[in-house]
Design a protein around this ligand. Sequence first.
Ligand code: KDG
Ligand code: MG
Length: 402
Amino acid sequence: MSTIERAEVFVASPGRNFVTLRITTSDGVTGLGDATLNGRELAVAAYLREHVVPLLVGRDPARIEDTWQYFYRGAYWRRGPVTMTAIAAVDTALWDIKGKVAGLPVYQLLGGRSRDAVMVYAHASGTDVPSLLDDVARFRDLGYRAVRAQAAVPDVGGTYGVRKGSVYEPAASALPDEQPWSTEAYLDFAPTYLEAVRDRFGFDFHLLHDVHHRLTPIEAARFGKRVEDCRLFWMEDPTPAEDQEAFRLIRQHTTTPIAVGEALTSIWDVQRLITEQLIDYVRTTVVHAGGITHLRRIFDLAALHQVRTGSHGATDLSPVTLAAAVHLDVAVPNFGIQEYMEHAPETMEVFRSGVRFADGALQPSEAPGLGVEYDEKAAERFPYEGRYLPVARRLDGSVHDW
Ligand code: KDG
Ligand code: MG
């Protein structure tokens, strides 16, 4: 019987910080898992190195479900981003190995294709409305059929989602950047630029917007109602989701579809949102919600309640997560859309991925497993650098949700 011989944790910063797990079997087959938790990378690396790797060695790599249960139930302490990211890395690496052993791409192990390609959305942003419109035009020209629009709120400054260089990177400083926030200014301004996008480009593409947890339920209800004529594909994270019941209030007031879940880590965190149809899209991901095994379970629950998928795919999720996401997306019946931001060139020097973009959609690799290789030598040129996500403060100085 093949056993797990080795599991190594790599921490490197090719363009940004990534934590990667590589499992090697006694037959010499390797599998990769992403273990990146933005701003808390070393906590997951230590969890894996100190508490998971010693228990992995000697196990049967074919027993993916059993390994998942062993690390979830066996830890006694449940859920939470550090634990679930560590379990996800192990789970993803084992699916990669299973695919390579079977000689099949992972999506074939998940039941094969349900669709021809995976529609993605791009991130358009601007420091003002004209630059946002230029950015939307650029993505339309590149063939994207869905675009998310974010613009800086005038006179307030730091706003979620506005790109500075060619790659959007919010975790940019050695200490958290403190950014000002005004709900009043945002509520006045954001609907106007969404309308400007529709006025200029019409309705033959999907338009999305990320509120990034910044509103209370009644404010979110007002926002959703106000932008109904823009026919958004979704408004994302309108209010923090620790309180799942909060979404009922938003729902009572608006038909603007709602997407939630990028910061949630388990099926229990989205159970009510899904079963009571309080959302339309679930944004949980392979890397933060327990790997392919657990995400499939969430997506199946969602399918029962007509909730579609819309997995998080910002650049702080490594190309290993993107590859795994595309295998799942192409297979599940209730796929909605996949978030996609191109990684920095340095990232792609370290992660060689077979995922391909064409006509506003992604294709999974046809190579056995996930179809991603990790170049350990190249990674050595990019040592880890501690970076934090920003913190938002209201104009009176109090901390707000970022
Ligand atoms: O690490 C946090 C980012 O991934 C997140 O802020 C990006 O909200 C985000 C999105 O929708 O991509
Ligand atoms: Mg988001």
